[in-house]
Write a protein that binds this ligand. Structure first.
Ligand code: HMG
Ligand code: MG
Length: 299
């Protein structure tokens, strides 16, 4: 049976823009975040406290956080890879949720955060501990859950192992990233079944990139296994700087259209969401990556 409601987690301002070569002004990012909140999204990933040498586009995260008009009931999580990032998040102010990000692939872990999987987990533990002591919520990512750009196939058991360790650290939710978008529905279901043996399915989120055009099919497939949290990116923005060839996350507008069409509650308004996507596409000077927005907006 499919879930009656789905929580949509918007990652466009972070995952979508982190790979964008043209600098996007903090005021533009904050306006995007505000429009997404006005559309009814209640979780909007708004930046990263990572090395500005590695990901220059996220350097303005403190300015973005300062410029957002905070709405009650909306969280604005940021990525934090280490204690240095956590300290920066504390100094920025206004943070109440962070995400730590690990991987199920050793090679991807090295390329993305310059350490092994075990080293990354050892780094995340004190970060999570201090964030929880601050009264913040901590979300955990696992990348490469359906394949790795460097290693190819990834065993579902490895995904489950990393997910379980992140849960044990105090993460309230584990977001499973198909970083390169190579997954297909039956494989996605098998991966969820493996992870759900060690992490309750209510605590799992699907974070699927659409590089191979499989994301919507994979989302529906994992919803059939009980997943009711879906990450997506408005206008299909983005890619990962350390996953060559990865295109954006599945477009939020396309996910919402599918859920609306199945009578599944989200609390998100499609017209306002399309308006947010049109705004950022206009700022970037390129057509939207959402098929629904193109069909509705004629651009
Ligand atoms: P490192 O070089 O191993 O770190 O990088 P280090 O501790 O040796 O420090 C080196 C330099 O970085 C020092 O500066 C530090 O101060 C600085 P220097 O002395 O050379 O001037 N530094 C920092 N600066 C600001 N904020 C920090 C920070 N930490 C160290 N937090 C590090 C390790 C993790 C920092 C680096 O590899 C990094 O920033 N990587 C970027 C990772 C990233 O943002 N990737 C994209 C997000 S993940 C993703 O997209 C996947 C996801 O969407 C899920 C999916 O799709 O699968 C989540
Ligand atoms: Mg991602």
């Amino acid at each position: 049976p499919l879930p009656k409601s789905v929580k949509m987690v918007e990652v466009g301002p972070r995952d979508g823009l982190q790979n964008e070569p043209t600098p996007v002004a903090p005021a533009v990012k904050a306006r995007l975040v505000d429009m997404l909140a006005e559309a009814g999204l209640t979780a909007i990933e708004s930046g990263s406290f990572v090395s500005p040498k590695w990901v220059p586009q996220m350097a303005g995260t403190p300015e973005v956080l300062a410029a957002i008009t905070r709405r009650p009931g909306v969280s604005y999580p940021v990525l934090v890879p280490n204690l240095k990032g956590l300290e920066a998040a504390e100094q920025a102010g206004g943070v109440d949720e962070i995400a730590v990000f690990g991987a199920a692939s050793e090679s991807f872990s090295q390329k993305n955060i310059n350490c092994s999987i075990d080293e990354s987990l050892a780094r995340f533990a004190p970060v999570a501990e201090r964030a929880l002591a601050n009264g913040w919520r901590v979300r955990g990512y696992v990348s490469c859950v359906l394949g790795c750009p460097y290693e190819g196939e990834i065993a579902p058991a490895k995904v489950a192992e990393v997910a379980q360790k992140l849960l044990a650290m105090g993460c309230y939710e584990i977001s499973l990233g198909d970083t390169v978008g190579t997954g297909t529905p039956v494989k996605a279901q098998a991966m969820i079944e493996a992870v759900a043996q060690v992490v309750p399915v209510e605590k799992l989120a699907a974070h699927f990139h659409d590089t191979y055009g499989q994301a919507l099919a994979n989302i529906l497939a994992v919803m059939e296994k009980g997943v009711a949290v879906v990450d997506s990116s408005v206008a299909g923005l983005g890619g990962c700087p350390y996953a060559k060839g990865a295109s954006g996350n599945v477009a939020s507008e396309d996910v919402l259209y599918m859920l609306d069409g199945m009578g599944i509650e989200t609390g998100v308004d499609i017209d306002r969401l399309i308006a947010a996507g049109a705004y950022i596409s206009g700022e970037l000077g390129r057509p939207t990556g959402s098929k629904v927005a193109r069909a509705r907006g004629g651009c």
